[in-house]
Design a protein around this ligand. Sequence first.
Ligand code: IVH
Length: 672
Amino acid sequence: MSDPQSIRAAQLREELNYHIYRYNVLGSPVITDGEYDQLYHELRQLEEMHPELITPDSPTQRAGSDLTEDFPKVRHAAPILSLPNAFSVEDLQDWETRNLKLLPAGTQLDYTLEPKLDGLTIVITYENGVLKQAATRGNGDLGDDVTANVRTIRSIPLKIPTRPDGPLAPPLLVVRGEVLFLKKDFEAVNKRQAEQELPLYINARNTASGTLKQKDSRITASRPLSCFVYAVVASGGIKWDTQWETLEYLRDMGFPVAPDAGYFPTLSHIIQQLPTWESRRHRLDFEIDGVVIKINDLRVQDELGFVGKDPRGSTAYKFPAEEMTTKLTGVTVNIGRTGKVTPTAQLEPVFLGGVTVVNASLHNYDQIEKLDIRLGDTVIVKRSGEVIPYVIGPVIGARDGSETPIQPPSHCPFCNTAIVQPEGLVDYYCPNITCPERVYRSLEFFVSKGAMDIEGMGGQTVKMLIDKGLIHDEADIFTLQAEPLLELDGFGEKKVDNLLASIAAAKQRPLDQLIASLGIDGVGSVVAGTLADRFRSVEALQTASVEAIDEIEGIGEVLAQSVVEWFAAPHHQQLIEKFRAAGVNLQAAEKVKAGDSLAGKTFVLTGTLPTLSREQAAALIESHGGKVSGSVSKKTSYVLMGDSPGSKAEKAQALGVTIISEADLLAMVGKQ
Ligand code: IVH
């Protein structure tokens, strides 16, 4: 046969088998799991439509195996199955339709929805409540005995039930779960690697796998693995009717069960949940690569049986791939408003998370060196939610020797000033405060929504005004006149009127907003608010010493230094003078005093309040003579607590500080 489909199937078989070899034998994959899944799915679909294309060497015909030579083998109590994949709502609907055809007419299916944890399967055997054995999935029938390593994972109970009120342990209980790194733990592992100047790990899942399969369990113990349990493989006589009850039983027994699992009466309910999951994913403590949908009725699951290594009654819904491999073709140098040099990767176009990505962040040169990223490398690029795409790291196995190291630039590409690396910092800087790129970036930031919020003036307008010589710094904006503006392309009378009106309005922005807009390194809106509050005018802030600023709670010495240095630069002093001359507000508004019922009291805020924002609550306290502080001590009078409070609430309790609610506060100031 040499029709296009059989040619494509042969191509896919060859490619997939090569990637299986790279992954399992060489331990050096050259594509991401997501890319592998896509190829596999394509072959699967081809074979489903044309079963005659299935050959014995097709990767779909074997259960994958991760057996190694390092461990004794153990036979699983029941086959450890895998999951079929769905990539779209349509795939899910087809899955249900196929199942309904196999079941008695009129069957109603309900489901559970669980996160698809991105780790590796572990099968743990308890005899009379005591952990006896733990094995990897292996080839589904035989697994590697990694009991000693699993015993080092703290979330896995060595004895069940772990809760005094838990159900009595049966004589035999074999559970299945997933071993992984919590995101914070993986970051900590890499931080330690960096401290010891060792190479960084790129992929949490592969690192978890490598950690679990260490021959020396002391190495496993030194890295904080976690585990979540989601199924019972075998049990001494106990049977559960549903998956939902199984999860409840496991939780009651004291096993770690992933939070956020849900029960839903129909597939439509499940489908409605999917968009929320894609955004929730980024807030979870662990990596997931999709969700798992299981028919809730376990008898129905049994009845449906399996195809190859995939059960019919459960399926994975995979999120669109967030990681892809592509070629790093170049590195461009960007200069920010503070002069910071950031390298940006130029990539061969790659379709990722619904968009074509052609460039991505490389963080900084220190990171490039630590990850050993070279020009010409095949790299893994990640685009996750709203985050700017970034290069995770190189695929070392794909190198051909033509790759070249990446060096930081010696001179600024915009003003040719020598680039510097301040002592103790990882970043490089263009130190020239009149660098045209720095000026442009500062102005672009100054007018933006998060800063002075000058409506009708975006980056493009700023660029045009600089190019025409109409503005040279932030202050020039406030003396712009109508005539030269009217001559610009696309600027009619109405547009110019509107722009001048929003510039006039911006002259009256509160002091903290002005300070936050200046682009002082490290000074965002919170620090700007604190500075405005303490010094109450630009004049006072300009003459403040490092010590005076450093004394303020929440501001460290580095930040204080950066503020003082900024105001000391003659260029910035001139700028302030020009602001003054143009009539820009440089004073804090008088504090309105509403009463002094809270005089002498110190408050600490934690959590989300029902109606007031943090700023509003702080303003209310201060306007009644009270003080707001950032941390709880014995001197704190009250901790004002809202929803999801942080550790401050615990500290308050430990110190015996009174905890109050928003309603209590309102009552104290006579508002309720
Ligand atoms: S159930 C027949 N539930 O995903 C039961 N698996 O791609 C099949 N996985 O090998 C497994 N989270 O390692 C199940 N909540 C979850 C899961 C889950 C992650 C893994 C598991 C499986 C792989 C299949």
